[in-house]
Design a protein around this ligand. Structure first.
Ligand SMILES: [Zn+2]
Length: 373
């Protein structure tokens, strides 16, 4: 499995200048490869190399490896443009303003213990120091693979390094837990455990109200405020999704399966309406699913998904499906057998049992975490 760590580099003026020049010429080389390939309808690496390498070595000061890296990147861009074109999309020749430089094992060397890296640039290798934030320290014992050099809009230099390690292999155990994601309670599992805080709903409701008020004002300052608010809401939801996914993965043994409703690929307005009702004010599921998937992968936990239809209206005891089984948001009372319990808990049992039925049927579709890379 892979994770990307982001290191902020601390170049002095001279190094910073060399990096700027390198990225400028690298970008030029990338664009020139794309332009040549586009005009000559070429997306073959060898052909593009033959056509551009010597010219680019002569025109730029880039070392050979970086000319090749720019061509590889250009070839990739041309290939994906070709694929899009085949699908009928209108595509233009790929072009970049600041093309991140892709380094491989031969063009950069890193020492995490000394917090030092050398990267290839115009005029040879440059030695740079960096800082590692607390969160990324856990990945430093993994193996580093490729790295991208990026200059952000504020002029800061970053190295994004892809770290790699073996995915833990855990034999599937019999522990299968259904999880219902909800509103008042962020998550309830089929063992009656609750996860997340009631406080989240309060924060969301407050944000929702404030947003409505600002939107109706429509002034310049209201718009500025709205923008800030949406950034804050995004960060809040991200934190919550991190916390919730962590708690859920921690709650099971390695080899267990956590099952959710598949709420990210819902088509049709009625279903969509129901799905968004399940979480507050359009708080999506995609981010949560991504978080839970990669946390599960690291622990050897499997993730399963079931069709969300009827999971909240179906009686988990007798199977009777009726909208009236759910008199309020939080209550479940079966019209047929009289079974009563908390609606989210009833749903989580259905989610677990639907998955077990699915798995028992011919093509046991366990969705393993690595399908979501
Ligand atoms: Zn029933």
């Amino acid at each position: 499995m892979q994770r990307t760590i982001r290191l902020q580099l601390q170049p002095d003026n001279q190094a910073s200048q060399a990096l700027s020049q390198t990225i400028e010429q690298y970008t030029w080389s990338f664009n020139a490869v794309c332009e040549y390939g586009w005009e000559n309808n070429l997306a073959n690496g060898v052909e593009l190399h033959k056509a551009t390498y010597y010219e680019h070595r002569a025109i730029t000061n880039l070392p050979s490896q970086l000319v090749c890296a720019a061509r590889v990147k250009g070839t990739e861009a041309l290939k994906s443009a070709k694929v899009l074109k085949k699908k009928g999309a209108s595509v233009n020749c790929p072009v970049s303003k600041h093309c991140p430089i892709r380094y491989d094992a031969r063009s950069y060397t890193i020492w995490f213990d000394r917090q030092e890296v050398t990267i290839l640039a115009i005029g040879g290798r440059i030695k740079l120091s960096f800082e590692v934030t607390e969160h990324y320290r856990q990945y430093l014992i993994w193996k580093n693979t490729s790295a991208d050099l990026i200059c952000d809009r504020k002029g800061r230099w970053w190295l994004h390094i892809v770290m790699e390690t073996d995915t833990p292999k855990a034999d599937p155990t019999t522990q299968v837990v259904g999880v219902d994601l909800g509103i008042a309670t962020p998550a309830v599992d089929s063992n009656r455990n609750k996860y997340g805080s009631d406080h989240w709903k309060q924060v969301e409701d407050r944000t929702f109200e404030l947003r409505r008020r600002l939107q109706s004002k429509g002034t310049k300052s209201a718009k500025r405020h709205l923008k800030k608010l949406s950034g804050r809401q995004k960060r809040f939801r991200k934190d919550c999704d991190h916390v919730l996914s962590k708690l859920l993965v921690q709650s099971v043994e390695s080899g267990a399966t956590l099952v959710f409703e598949d709420l990210t690929n819902i088509r049709g307005r009625a279903k969509m309406k129901r799905a968004t009702r399940r979480r507050l004010h359009g708080w999506g599921f995609a981010q949560f699913q991504a978080f839970v998937t990669y946390k599960a992968e690291a622990k050897g936990v499997k993730i399963g998904f079931v069709d969300p239809r009827y999971t909240s209206q179906k009686c988990s005891q007798c199977g009777h499906i009726e909208r009236g089984n759910r008199p309020t948001q939080s209550e479940f009372r079966c019209k047929k057998c009289g079974f009563e319990c908390h609606a989210d808990y009833n749903a989580s049992i259905n989610i677990r049992d639907d998955f077990l039925k699915l798995r028992a049927s011919v093509n046991a579709p366990i969705v393993s975490a690595d399908n979501f890379g």
